[in-house]
Design a protein around this ligand. Structure first.
Ligand SMILES: [Zn+2]
Length: 256
């Protein structure tokens, strides 16, 4: 295949509010998930875990100096690859079952994905190359054999549940539409929303297996009214509350 070997697999960016963004630059955009690390007093939070191609736990070891809860905003393979590396795993019940075989629909090769799925990603605006990665994480990495292990949830959360870090509290929002068990985490004190793939500033996916446009419209109506200061999403750059409203209304104009 002639792919180069990456110097390092993960990139890190320190933001305000005790938040670090981690991402995998050699994963194509449609599957390049934002991984969020959030500092709390008693416990930290890890929101999504990327592709699992390289060890997130090893690469980000310097961050893991206290109790940690790892949250899956939903169970698409680009968000749960390294979830098995963490002991405390939080997900929504509607997708908990997927975590027993989280790499079921995973392949590095675009040709292995159904033509309907690839067509719907391309319709949404993504470029899908022959492989989902543009470099190898290490010389002996086998693209054909790669799978990632089961990562059963140790805690299920639904609308209104709370994840308490000691000095900061995140409320769970159930935001279905992109997928049935999509959740967001809302910090009321700061107006920060971690939105997963419910909303991001890029081509949204609503006609893939498990997505539901009518339900997605209800989620967008809700998001359009949320007094957010900043949204840290599952893909693409973070944005402010005005952009959140605009993205939600753009979707509703298109689909409602
Ligand atoms: Zn997704």
């Amino acid at each position: 295949m002639g792919l180069q070997i990456a110097d390092r697999w993960f990139e890190f960016e320190t933001l305000t509010d005790g938040i670090i963004r981690i991402w995998e630059p050699y994963v194509i955009r449609v599957a390049q998930c934002n991984i969020w690390h959030v500092r709390g007093r008693d416990r930290d939070l890890l929101i999504d875990t990327g592709m699992g191609i390289a060890s997130l736990h090893a690469a980000a070891r310097h961050l893991f100096d206290k109790a940690l809860s790892a949250v899956a905003t939903h169970t698409h393979f680009d968000h749960v690859g390294s979830l098995h590396e963490f002991e405390d795993r939080i997900a929504h019940p509607a997708e908990a079952e997927n975590l027993s075989v989280p790499s079921a629909n995973f392949s590095m090769y675009s040709a292995d994905h159904s033509p309907q799925i690839t067509a719907s990603l391309e319709r949404a605006g993504y470029e899908i190359g022959p492989t989902y990665i543009t470099a190898l994480p290490r010389a002996d990495f086998n693209m054909t054999e790669f799978t990632f292990p089961a990562a059963p949830a140790t805690r299920l959360v639904d609308e209104g549940d709370v994840i308490d870090l000691g000095d900061r509290v995140f409320e769970v929002f159930h935001l279905p539409g992109h997928s049935p068990g999509s959740i967001g985490l809302w910090e009321n004190a700061t107006g920060i929303l971690f939105s997963g793939d419910a909303i991001y500033d890029g081509p949204l996916l609503d006609d893939i297996p498990g997505s539901d446009i009518a339900v997605y419209c209800d989620t967008m109506t809700r998001l359009a009214q949320l007094p957010a200061r900043v949204v840290h999403a599952g893909h693409d750059p973070s944005f402010d509350g005005r952009r959140l409203k605009q993205l939600a209304w753009d979707y509703l104009k298109r689909r409602a």
